[in-house]
Design a protein around this ligand. Structure first.
Ligand code: PRP
Length: 210
């Protein structure tokens, strides 16, 4: 039996993902040890795990470096990788939104000369160019996107909102909702065929849990 490899996201989803896999009997005690090791192995179940930067998880899965990945729908939409999205895991729920000062609500409806700051340029382009037919300027940032309207870099942002605290504490509001987001299980296209029995068992178990 060959190893099945999981690419798991670092950051805010990490704990929930490990907890969910544990409920399925998919365990790896080594992952909790304080170490700089990158890959963890469960020899008994022939499983390997690695934690990757969230936005890289779909890349590892598309190329078959991991058979299975867990990642947010926001990253799946942004990265546009060729893979199967098989289970909505029902946690990590948040919304992809357009946000900004409340005064921008009206201008956002028709104005084209708006700058939009975001960590998600593909999602922002798809929303403004294809869905709204608005030729806004999109500015890529790598984090703390809420800063952009406060310092005059952009009028609005496209970002995820979970509790709404970051927006509220910075005097910003949700202006338009783009798409709901949650954690998903994704599978490499070849692995889905070659390892269908083992992978389908995992999918079935996770669907029952979520
Ligand atoms: C995310 C997101 C928002 C914030 C939303 O950022 O980009 O900034 O969380 O969460 P809230 O609605 O619960 O306040 P993250 O913490 O991942 O850091 P980053 O801004 O540096 O990317």
């Amino acid at each position: 039996m060959r190893y099945l490899t999981f690419a798991l996201p670092k950051g805010r989803l990490a704990k929930k993902v490990l907890h969910m896999l544990e409920k399925q009997g998919i365990t790896c005690s080594e992952i909790y040890t304080d170490t700089r090791k990158l890959i963890f192995v469960n020899e008994e179940l022939k499983l390997k795990f690695f934690m990757a930067k969230t936005s890289d998880v779909p890349t590892y899965v598309e190329y078959g470096a991991a058979d299975i990945g867990v990642v947010g729908k926001d990253t799946i939409l942004e990265e546009k990788r060729n893979l199967y999205e098989v289970v909505d895991l029902g946690f990590g729920k948040c919304d992809m939104v357009v946000a900004g000062p409340k005064e921008m609500k009206e201008q956002l409806k028709y104005n084209n000369s708006i700058r939009v700051a975001t960590k998600y340029p593909n999602i922002a382009k798809d929303y403004f160019y294809n869905k709204k037919n608005q030729k806004v300027e999109i500015i890529k940032l790598n984090g703390s996107v809420e800063l952009a309207p406060l310092v005059g870099l952009a009028e609005v942002i496209v970002d995820i909102v979970e509790t709404g605290t970051t927006l509220k504490e910075n005097g910003l509001v949700v202006l338009e909702k783009i798409v709901p987001v949650s954690a998903r299980m994704v599978v490499n296209r070849v692995s889905m065929k070659m390892e269908s029995e083992r992978i389908n068992k995992i999918i079935k178990g996770l669907r029952e849990l979520s």
